[in-house]
Design a protein around this ligand. Structure first.
Ligand code: B4P
Length: 183
């Protein structure tokens, strides 16, 4: 089974939901940069306070901060891992490539969870996190299109991208992911 994975998709596609289920079932280390950043915010650190301002606007926090968070957690991770919400731009993808080469753990598959904007907005408004209001959601979608969506071609060109339909029940999406990964 592939054990070095990345879940990609727009905000609210269900990356976090599916990654949590998948890691529980298959015993992978779940690395969610969104969750790790929210932990940093809750800790009340200076970095956390800075990150909170950016996240509440729906923008991406600095690559430097995100990279430092990921790097510390990927080193010595031999049991397999699932990246959720990282990388989110070409620069982060480039840094990830260098990091994975350094630790000799190449990315094996990328799951793209596809879903139309209308469903995303409805879901995120329903979730009701601090950064889930209409204005911030539309900014997050804009940033996804501009900064994150170029990663789709990047991983497709490497031959490791698998596309999944995200507009279905949670267990149906989960089965599609398992099928795509051949688990
Ligand atoms: P994230 O925490 O990554 O969150 P997200 O993209 O908004 O949501 P996700 O796709 O995980 O959806 P979820 O499963 O929760 O990012 C938040 C912020 O952190 C970013 O805006 C940015 O500021 C910052 N950040 C994170 N990573 C960064 C990085 N690498 N660089 C810079 N900044 C970064 O699902 C959403 C809702 O839908 C839930 O309520 C869920 O219950 C529901 N749902 C899920 N699947 C469903 C289904 N199949 N049917 C119906 N509802 C479903």
């Amino acid at each position: 089974m592939k054990k070095k994975l990345l879940f990609l998709g727009p905000p609210g596609a269900g990356k976090g939901t599916q990654a949590t289920l998948f890691c529980k079932k298959y015993g992978l280390n779940h690395l969610s940069t969104g969750d790790l950043l929210r932990d940093e915010v809750s800790s009340g650190s200076v970095l956390g306070l800075k990150a909170a301002e950016v996240m509440n606007r729906g923008e991406l926090v600095s690559d430097e901060l995100v990279l430092s968070i990921v790097e510390g957690r990927l080193v010595n991770e031999n049991d397999g891992w699932l990246l959720d919400g990282f990388p989110r731009n070409v620069n982060q993808a480039h840094s990830l490539k260098i990091l994975l080469e350094k630790i000799n753990q190449p990315l094996e598959a990328v799951i793209l969870i596809k879903i139309a904007d209308d469903y995303l907005i409805e879901r995120l408004l329903g979730r009701g996190r601090k950064d889930d209001n209409e204005e911030v959601i539309s900014n997050r979608l804009k940033i996804y299109r501009e900064k994150t969506s170029p990663l789709i071609d990047l991983y497709a060109n490497q031959g490791i991208l698998k596309q999944i339909e995200g507009n279905a029940d949670i267990d149906v999406v989960f089965s599609s992911i398992e099928k795509a990964l051949g688990t």
